[in-house]
Design a protein around this ligand. Structure first.
Ligand code: SF4
Length: 317
């Protein structure tokens, strides 16, 4: 704990008040996104939706628009749904019981336990990537942590380490140690306050995981309609990017002559090459047009926004 007092990341914005709402927002944002990306987005979010009630009262498009740049928009929808449910069912107070939290939309065991530790100061095991790495190394767990047995051992060891109280500082300290000292590729064991307890034989090889499923390449062809400085987009009804504005798929095979540019992006286990084609045919009635100023205000998935910006920049230069 001495190490944490001196070197912990006490300046993170969601560690200032530890209000359950702020912890909830930070945990949803941190799922699959880095701390560095989150910090400015978290501050902006709190300006837009300073309380759980204000988030619950906001419209979906407002929420999705504020989420732009963080990706995985389903998280924004679930966060919004949690806020609405907590206002309706729990008088706007986020509950502090594991079972009740797990019944809320989008709250799995990790997020529920992170809320209990950070917002309610309960001693529970919070197994994020950094803590998993520290626990696996401390106990030299060589079984892949994404197998049933590996996970069971990890949870067991993490629970044995828990203190009687001060769950918040304990989880924060382990998390920061994993991020700053026991890092993935370069563990700084000589600086580590846990070196005397650590059983890791080859720290940089831990934790182990099952071999990864190979990425599959996919190609999609999308149409770029532009008339009188207005861009035409489609309102996505899912399954991906539901409720966001996207470039429409080409209705027929485009010709090479109309090719503009490509964007490559990852989604689930795919690596998608999105090819963009200028479309001069009749504009489908299902599309809606936007000026460049309006485009900044609407919610678009990052690859589609990047594609539009790339085309507009290319033509401006
Ligand atoms: S001694 Fe090294 S491997 Fe062990 S917890 Fe500390 S940094 Fe990680």
């Amino acid at each position: 704990m001495t190490w944490f007092k001196k070197r912990g990341r006490h300046d993170l914005p969601w560690r200032q008040t530890f209000s359950p709402y702020e912890v909830l927002v930070s945990e949803f944002m941190l799922q699959q996104t880095t701390v560095a990306t989150i910090v400015p987005r978290f501050q902006r979010w709190m300006e837009l939706f300073p309380t759980l009630d204000s988030l619950a009262a906001a419209g979906e498009s407002e929420v999705l628009s504020a989420w732009q740049g963080l990706g995985y928009y389903a998280r924004a929808r679930r966060l919004h749904a949690v806020a609405r449910l907590v206002v309706q069912e729990y008088g706007g107070k986020i509950p502090g019981q594991l079972e009740v939290l797990l019944a809320l939309p989008g709250i799995g065991p990790y997020t529920a336990k992170a809320l209990l530790a950070f917002a309610f100061d309960q001693p529970v095991e919070v197994l994020d990537t950094n803590i998993i790495r520290v626990v696996a190394r401390l106990h030299n767990l060589t079984i892949p942590i994404d197998t049933k047995e590996g996970r069971r051992l990890l949870e067991e060891e993490a629970q044995k380490m828990l203190p009687q109280k001060n769950g918040r500082n304990f989880a924060s300290a382990l998390m920061d140690l994993g991020s700053m000292v026991c890092s993935a590729t370069d563990p700084k064991c000589l600086e580590c306050p846990l070196i005397e307890l650590c059983e890791a034989e080859e720290p940089s090889l831990l934790p182990k995981k099952k071999p990864r499923v190979a990425t599959t390449k996919r190609k999609e062809q999308r149409a770029f309609y532009q008339r009188h400085h207005r861009i035409y987009l489609e309102y996505s009804k899912g399954p991906h990017w539901k409720g966001l504005w996207i470039l429409p798929l080409c209705s027929s095979t485009p010709t090479h002559r109309d090719y503009i540019t490509s964007i490559i992006y990852p989604i689930t286990r795919y690596r998608v090459t999105m090819e963009l084609y200028r479309s001069s045919g009749a504009i489908p009635k299902t599309l809606t047009s936007f000026s460049c100023e309006e485009l900044r205000e609407i919610a678009m998935p990052s690859p589609h926004r990047r594609a539009v910006e790339k085309i507009l920049q290319y033509h401006a230069s």
